[in-house]
Design a binder for this molecule. Structure first.
Ligand code: SF4
Length: 361
């Protein structure tokens, strides 16, 4: 695989848009069927009350958002939602839990049961549960999990502006554990959080430097949510999303590039350019964890207009599911960090949200 310097990727990102899309579309066609889009469903299996302080996330307990805290969903409810998603055309389910890290115990056993159940439905299964150890990754793989999602979000330098309760090195450590645990890595980022273009490029560099290039990269556009520190950020221009998708496609030709959060702000035309530029998956359903998403009907209409076909089931992608041989070793003691630096604007936005709620009473 070609190696890229930061300058190479930056130059790519800044290529005149039509030329960039053409190049990305060419690469996409060499490695993927451009008429197929993988339709995924995201199920929030445990919502809200998260101890972390990700500045974009309404599920962080410390922010004053409209999200209610829920306990882990029953296994049967999750399986039923997965069955429904399959009937509605999804071939992939991603389960998200608002946890800092996975703790051994009853809840983790239930998640393993959910993974087993969804895997038996012949659907691709992914989880995003926070930081995990190598042995937890291995147990998830044994239960039938295909991918583990853990986004790098942004560059290492900008990460400190967005999250203070864990460090970038914790993210990288979990991704290492995912790789060693024989799972495929799903990791991407969010654009529109006030970062520079260089931060977007550095995030791609970090992904390229992982032990294996991620098989799945979600590209999200920030959905500003009232009560979170990033509530007042401007909507990211659609051209930036297209550039980010095209650049990701070129530097990671075989990866599934997922056009993720932020689609409600995008027209069908804009999404069409994203597919042309190499996006090969979307999340469907009314909600993406807690933020709005176009409904299934709208997506079906878009697919019909654009002549796109959802990938049907895991058989179609069966080569993707060959679980790699795990690298077994004893788990080292968990050493997740808490950098604890202060994020000035988190404090400011929290105060603003509190004042707003007080005035509303
Ligand atoms: S993004 Fe995840 S870890 Fe961060 S606050 Fe939200 S639920 Fe917690």
């Amino acid at each position: 695989m070609k190696t890229y310097s930061k300058k190479d990727i930056l130059d790519l990102y800044n290529t005149p848009l039509m030329a960039l899309i053409f190049e990305a579309a060419t690469v996409h066609r060499l490695h993927h069927d451009p008429s197929k889009i993988q339709v995924s469903t995201l199920i929030s299996i445990k919502t809200g009350g998260c101890p972390e302080d990700c500045g974009y996330c309404p599920q962080a307990a410390r922010y004053h958002t409209a999200i209610e805290k829920n306990e882990l969903m029953p296994v049967s409810s999750v399986i039923n939602l997965a069955k429904k998603a399959k009937q509605n055309g999804s071939s992939r389910v991603c389960m998200g839990a608002a946890w800092r890290n996975v703790k051994e115990g009853e809840d983790f056993e239930k998640v393993l049961e959910m993974v087993r159940g969804i895997s038996h439905l012949n659907m691709e299964v992914c989880c995003t549960l926070g930081m995990i150890t190598e042995s937890q990754a291995l147990r998830l793989a044994e239960a039938g999990l295909h991918y583990y999602n853990h986004n790098l979000d942004t560059s290492e330098a900008y990460y400190k502006e967005i999250i203070s309760t864990r460090g970038y090195e914790d993210r990288l450590e979990t991704l290492k554990n995912v790789n060693k645990g024989a799972l495929k890595v799903c990791s991407g980022g969010i654009i529109g959080m006030g970062e520079r273009v260089e931060d977007r490029i550095e995030m791609l560099m970090s992904l390229l430097r992982l032990d294996r290039v991620p098989d799945s990269v979600p590209i999200n556009a920030l959905v500003p949510v009232e009560g979170t520190p990033l509530a007042t950020e401007n909507t990211v221009p659609v051209w930036d999303i297209i550039r980010m998708i095209a650049t990701t496609r070129i530097v990671m030709p075989k990866t599934t590039v997922r056009l993720s959060a932020g689609r409600t702000e995008m027209s069908t035309e804009a999404q069409a350019l994203c597919f042309m530029a190499g996006a090969s998956s979307i999340f469907t359903g009314e909600k993406l964890l807690t933020t709005p998403n176009p409904g299934e009907d709208k997506d079906a209409e878009m697919f019909s207009i654009l002549g796109l076909i959802p990938t049907e089931n895991t058989k179609e992608n069966s080569d993707k599911f060959k679980i790699r041989k795990p690298i077994l070793k004893n788990d080292t003691a968990v050493k997740w960090t808490r950098p604890g630096h202060t994020i000035e604007r988190n404090v400011k936005a929290t105060k603003q949200a509190k004042a707003l709620r007080k005035n509303q009473k």
